[in-house]
Write a protein that binds this ligand. Structure first.
Ligand code: RTP
Ligand code: MG
Length: 140
């Protein structure tokens, strides 16, 4: 399997509870390398742009407010099959359905406030990395 990069966010519910280090340990234990990382606070407009694919969903407004409610940690994770591996480590969207040991099973508070985001395909990974990071900030 090829070396791949994916985009990750540690969401506001997790930064509020000071869980960045514990979540990063899960990524590193799974063989993912954090090759870029920064803490930012999204505006409502930026949160809306990032999740625009969900604009027609009933939870969109709530999701944008949540993502703009506190700082987030944006990251690029690198590893063999990083996109799928990260989704595996994250666990299912709803923590009630997430496998034991996954980030969402251990830390998520609800289906909305679920601690992490991870890209779902190579195209979205490339777009999301380019939206948040310049090439100079990616240090493999
Ligand atoms: P993400 O994009 O954040 O990595 O999460 P995902 O792929 O597992 O889930 P997705 O369907 O893309 O949903 C994006 C985010 O929207 C919030 N959500 N809330 N209240 C609800 O029913 C609901 N459903 C989804 C979650 O924060 C989810 O991660
Ligand atoms: Mg998604």
């Amino acid at each position: 399997m090829a070396l791949e990069r994916t985009f990750s966010i540690i969401k506001p519910d997790a930064t509020r509870r000071n869980l960045t280090g514990k979540i990063n340990a899960k990524f590193e234990d799974a063989g993912l390398r954090i090759v870029a990382q920064k803490r930012i606070h999204l505006t409502m407009a930026q949160a809306g742009e990032f999740y625009k694919v969900h604009a027609e969903r009933p939870f969109y407004g709530e999701l944008c407010e949540f993502m703009a409610s506190a700082p987030i940690v944006c990251q690029v994770l690198e590893g063999e099959g990083a996109i799928a591996k990260n989704r595996e480590v994250m666990g299912a969207t709803n923590p009630a359905d997430a496998d034991a040991g996954t980030i969402r099973a251990e830390f998520a508070e609800s289906v909305g406030e679920n601690s992490v985001h991870g890209s779902d395909a190579p195209e979205t990974a490339a777009e999301e990395i380019a939206y948040f990071f310049s090439g100079l900030e990616l240090v493999g």
